[in-house]
Ligand binder design. Structure first.
Ligand code: ADP
Ligand code: ADP
Length: 231
C-alpha cells in the first residue's frame, strides 16, 4: 500500500472552477514525491484534499490504505497523519518564541508535557534550530522560519509531510540546505515527503517520482529519471 493515495479525485470551488479534474495520485512510503505545476494548476487544492482541509467532491483519499472519512474522528486522524508546511512560514508561526511555536501542535494534540518536550528537542535537532530555541520567531531569517515551521510539523509525528514550495524565497545555499534536510528525513526517519513546486530544477535533483499537474489534470508522471532523461 502507498502512504497516501488519491483515486479519481474531483474538486470544484463554489464559483464552479474545476480545480481537480479526476486525478489519481500516490506517494510511496519513504520517498520524495514531487507535484510540479504552474500557478493555478491545482497543487494547493490537491494537498488540502490530501489532509482533509477540503472535502473531495468525488473520488477518495486513502492514508496507509484506509479511506479517509469526513466525520470529526476521521478528520482529526487525517490531519494528524498528514502534515502541511505552508509556503509562507508566517502563516503557521504565531507564538512568542521558537520553542513555543514548535511545541504548539504537540500541546494541541494534548500530549503530556514531557512528551512534548522530547519531541520538540528532537525536531529542533533534526531541523538545526536548537540554538534558536528562545528567540522571538519574528526576529528570524526567512530560511530559519522555514526550518521552524518544518519542526512544528514534525512534532506531530505525521507519516506524510507535504511542503508547499519549500524552496521559494531561498538563496541557492538555502535551497540545498532545505532539500538536504528533507532527504535526511526521508532516509533516516523513513518519512513520506510530498513537495509541491513550480521549480523545475529541484524535482530531478531531489524527487524520486513526480507528477506534472496542469489545469487540474495530471499530464505526466513517472520516476524522475524517466521524466527528465534526455531523449
Ligand atoms: P504499475 O502500475 O505496473 O504497478 P506504476 O506505473 O504504478 O506501475 O509504477 C511504476 C514504478 O513507480 C513502481 O516501481 C512504483 O513503485 C513506482 N512509483 C509509483 N508511484 C511512486 C511514488 N509516488 N514514489 C516513488 N515511486 C513510485
Ligand atoms: P496552485 O496551488 O497550483 O497554484 P490552486 O490549487 O491554488 O493552484 O488553484 C487551482 C485552481 O482553483 C485555479 O484556477 C484557482 O484560480 C482556483 N482556486 C483556488 N482557490 C480558489 C477559491 N477559493 N475559489 C475559487 N477558485 C479557486
Amino acid at each position: 500500500t502507498y502512504a497516501i493515495e488519491a483515486r479519481d479525485l474531483y474538486y470544484t470551488y463554489e464559483d464552479g472552477t474545476v480545480a481537480l479534474d479526476h486525478i489519481s495520485f500516490r506517494a510511496e512510503r519513504g520517498k520524495i514525491t514531487g507535484i510540479l505545476g504552474a500557478n493555478g494548476a491545482g497543487k494547493s487544492t490537491l494537498f488540502l484534499n490530501l489532509n482533509g482541509v477540503l472535502t473531495p467532491a468525488g473520488g477518495e483519499v486513502r492514508v496507509d490504505g484506509i479511506p479517509v472519512t469526513y466525520d470529526r474522528k476521521g478528520l482529526i486522524s487525517v490531519r494528524k497523519q498528514v502534515g502541511i508546511v505552508f509556503q509562507d512560514p508566517d502563516d503557521q508561526l504565531f507564538s512568542a518564541d521558537v520553542y513555543r511555536d514548535i511545541s504548539f501542535g504537540g500541546v494541541n494534540l494534548g500530549l503530556p508535557e514531557e512528551e512534548v518536550r522530547r519531541r520538540v528537542d528532537e525536531a529542533m535537532e533534526w531541523t538545526g534550530v536548537t540554538h534558536l530555541k528562545g528567540k522571538p520567531t519574528h526576529a528570524l531569517s526567512f530560511g530559519q522560519k522555514k526550518r521552524v515551521a518544518i519542526a512544528g510539523v514534525l512534532v506531530m509525528e505525521p507519516s506524510v509531510v507535504i511542503l508547499d514550495e519549500p524552496t521559494a524565497g531561498l538563496d541557492p545555499q538555502g535551497v540545498s540546505d532545505i532539500m538536504r534536510l528533507l532527504a535526511e528525513l526521508r532516509g533516516r526517519l523513513g518519512m513520506t515527503i510530498i513537495i509541491a513546486t513550480h521549480d523545475m530544477d529541484i524535482v530531478p535533483l531531489y524527487c524520486d517520482y513526480a507528477y506534472l499537474l496542469n489545469g487540474g489534470k495530471i499530464v505526466a508522471e513517472g520516476t524522475t529519471e524517466a521524466l527528465f532523461s534526455q531523449p
